[in-house]
Design a protein around this ligand. Sequence first.
Ligand code: OMP
Length: 283
Amino acid sequence: MRPEAGAVPVRAPFGERLAAVRAARGSLCVGIDPHPGLLADWGLEDSPAGLERFSLTVLDAVGPVAAALKPQVALYERHGGRGLAVLETLLARAADAGVLTIADAKRGDIGSTMQAYADAWLGEGRPLAADAVTLNPYLGFESLRPALDLAAATGRGVFVLALTSNPEGRSVQHVGGAASVARSIALAAAAENAGRGRGHVGLVVGATVGDAAQGLGLDLAGLNGPILAPGVGAQGAGPRELRAAFGDALPSVLPTSSRAVLAAGPDAAALRTAAERTRDELA
Ligand SMILES: O=C(O)c1cc(=O)[nH]c(=O)n1[C@@H]1O[C@H](COP(=O)(O)O)[C@@H](O)[C@H]1O
């Protein structure tokens, strides 16, 4: 059972919990992206019932061999309230099973509204609260303050977009050269984590970004927090791309793959094997 809203959190800081899970299960994060085409491939309807079967199958098959599961919330939102109810069920079942969840919601808004997003995705006892949430800093890193503070207070984490895996990201994130937008986000995240054992403020840096992090002077090894690296598999990144993108910071990286692992379903054993193989190839 989840604690009531307002109850004192009992969990350890997110960075500590993540480190413990990684030591036991490795570093792969598997995205749960129930695209209509994948549901069809699995013989499931594009409906809340299909979504639930898909989500819980991935949880049971992959949860025990992954560092975290990352549901992409748009693929639940497109089913309206019943889709969000499935996401709620998935998050609750994962919490009961001791599987860490990162809600890929990419939220970001002016401070007063950000407070509501923070409460929705990180608030104690809230139905959609995950262990961590992805955040979009386009309104300014400091606009994320409610989520940064609530995550710290509740033992949860955030992953702030810095260098995204899509080619269009550079038109915003690389702007400024030596004082790039991406570097300013990385510096702000590192400042949040300073003085903490293992920081709760992570960054999103795509596995596909090549040498952009070094080129723009991002000190990823000095972040003192986790780095979510989507782009493994379907977007073309593998072990070589991860090494090139992260170098010394690799121990902090959670390589992240969705479609390439999910395509192995619906058979649970095949799904688990695909996740283990991906994890071990990247280790
Ligand atoms: O925040 C994310 O998760 C994310 C950031 C990013 O830079 N690139 C990126 O692909 N993602 C998400 O990661 C997942 C990638 O899925 P696959 O390409 O199927 O592995 C999708 O849910 C994306 O929305």
